[in-house]
Design a protein. Structure first.
Length: 287
């Protein structure tokens, strides 16, 4: 998820399910076309890791852009399944697959606990969809069981908020008007849950993956200045808060947030660098 700051839709327990089946999921569906353009470099990166004929699992697939790209790469001899905890996003993904005539399949469920067919996938991918597990080791263990022996894991996750100020700009700008909005628990499921290199390596090691490689990935991203308000009113903590506001307070929050993005404006576009980890690992051979 497919990325509340940029890409915070993923797989986890009851709290995340309620969130992503409600206002957060609806916001992401409404903004999906914009978000897909912002995240195109990551879609390309993950799709490029799919060989023709591969069986692919896309975790936290959101509205399905990366799933469909992977399915096109896998071709008729392969297959691609997307899974997400958000019912609105899965419905959007299914409609998109039908509209674009791509043979991808979508599951509404929690990848952390879903009973996948054992050793069914050659590659497991995720675009900002694996940072939301309540039990990360248990979840990645479940995904390892879904991969064939020698199967690959490849995902992108955010590095920390200090390296990604764009991702928290909206909530920081709105927090004087909406106290507590910018509060984050760094150990809780969320966009930055895999920000610490050593923690991510330990999670993957403890869940049985081998050949772990974690590389820094810095990607220039942008959107048109005219699309900025649509972006921040639909996604992230500020977007969710704005969905509950009207009148003067809503107008004041929008003005404050727009001002908070001024450092990123350049020649009619909003430009920022996405500071991420590109992570790969391998499922061990059968015992």
């Amino acid at each position: 998820m497919d990325v509340p700051a940029h890409g915070d839709g993923g797989q986890a327990g009851g709290g995340q399910k309620a969130l992503w089946s409600g206002v957060a999921g609806r916001g992401w569906v409404a903004a999906q076309e914009l978000l897909d353009r912002m995240y195109q470099p990551f879609e390309d990166l993950l799709a490029d890791s799919v060989a023709p004929g591969s069986r692919v699992l896309d975790v936290g697939c959101g509205a399905g852009a990366t799933t469909l790209a992977a399915a096109r790469r896998a071709g008729e001899r392969g297959g691609c399944v997307g899974v997400d905890i958000s019912e609105p996003m899965i419905e959007a993904a299914r409609a998109r697959a039908e509209r674009e005539d791509v043979a991808a399949r979508f599951l509404h469920g929690d990848a952390a606990s879903h009973t996948f067919q054992p050793a069914a996938f050659d590659v497991v991918i995720s675009r900002f969809g694996v940072m939301f597990f309540d039990d990360a080791v248990g979840a990645f263990s479940n995904l390892r069981g879904a991969a064939r022996p020698g199967g690959r894991l490849r995902f992108v996750a955010w590095r920390g908020p200090a390296e990604n100020p764009f991702l928290t700009a909206a909530e920081q700008a709105a927090s004087p008007l909406l106290p507590g909005l910018a509060s984050r628990d760094p150990d809780a499921p969320g966009p930055f849950a895999l920000a610490r290199h050593d923690h991510t390596r330990r999670v993957l090691t403890d869940s049985g993956w081998t050949g772990i490689d974690i590389q820094r990935l810095d990607v220039p991203c942008s959107l048109a200045e005219a699309e900025l308000e649509r972006y921040f009113t639909l996604v992230g903590p500020a977007g969710r808060a704005l969905a509950e506001l009207d009148g003067d307070l809503r107008a004041k929050v929008i003005d404050a947030v727009r001002t908070g993005f001024e450092p990123y404006l350049q020649d009619g576009r909003v430009r920022y660098t996405a500071a991420c980890w590109a992570v790969t690992a391998v499922a061990p051979p059968a015992a």
